[in-house]
Design a protein around this ligand. Sequence first.
Ligand code: F6R
Length: 357
Amino acid sequence: EKGTYPHFMLKEIDEQPFVMRKIIQEYQDENNDLKLDEDVRNAMKACDRIYIIAAGTSYHAGLAGKQFIEKMAKIPVEVHVASEFSYNMPLLSEKPLFIFISQSGETADSRTVLVKIKELGHPALTITNVPGSTLSREANYTLNLFAGPEIAVASTKAYTAQIAVLAILAVDSARAKALKLDFEPLQELAIVANAMEVLTDQKEAIEELARDYLSVSRNAFFIGRSTDYYVCLEGALKLKEISYIQAEGFAGGELKHGTIALIEDGTPVIALATQPEVNYGIRSNVQEVEARGANAMVISMRSLEQDTDAFVVPQVHELLTPLVSVVPMQLLAYYAALHRGCDVDKPRNLAKSVTVE
Ligand code: F6R
């Protein structure tokens, strides 16, 4: 039920702090330590490489998951778009573990891959919001997202839930291998939940930005580097699917390799700056597009804030920035769609779960 909300999407964006707290609760034991299925832990320990398979928004969450698993658990990870993997399978490692990320657990493209890799005898873990779903039943292991039903076609709380669960999985695997970490995922996720609440209380500011930057434009670009690049892919997908603005997310460093040719007077460019090591680079990119007339908006993290930034998100752990930086992007897409009179919850040509290839 939507309750007092005009759209499911807005309700689901607002639910994200609660979903974070639910995940903390579900993945915590009575001593407040991480709690994870022993079989999943062993599967992570036994593999020599992880293949993450997903589509759309879940693919974008997988990109964040790769970072967590490689940085913390030190296992190499490849992230693949399901429909590509099926027909263009890479050379597999000796002991692969497949992780399927799917909100619905019903995505046909992902299921095709699951069937193929099972034939090859490889183990599979599904991370899903729907425990009894096809991908969950057919995989060896399942981790649940606990995000509650997601009704709006555009995925929001499932994306952040996927990233949170992937972070937990990565830390658990690191600990299982006795790797030293100074990262307490449950504490850090509690900080994220509070930050998300601060953000969902700032809807008016985002609505104004959506009106100023996106109410009449034909296209929009999202630029970021490193982790921010992944979130930009998601920001662009959200915007295009519900507002029908042609949007592209790309790595800041790629601008000069082609895309900058598209920048003209008034082109909206949304830049994300949450990562200290690429802050200088992305700020230079902003200057480059502004010099060509772009209407650039910087969304930064508190510690990197500059006077001219359009929006600042609260500080969270460097690894978990996508969980907060995506929120203004979700809201930008929502309000852009609203101002343009689009059907937010049911965008044209799209279905909530894509059960055909
Ligand atoms: C975008 C969106 C889609 C899904 C994709 C995969 O907002 O919802 O891109 O993420 O169709 O769906 P699941 O996660 O159900 O496999």
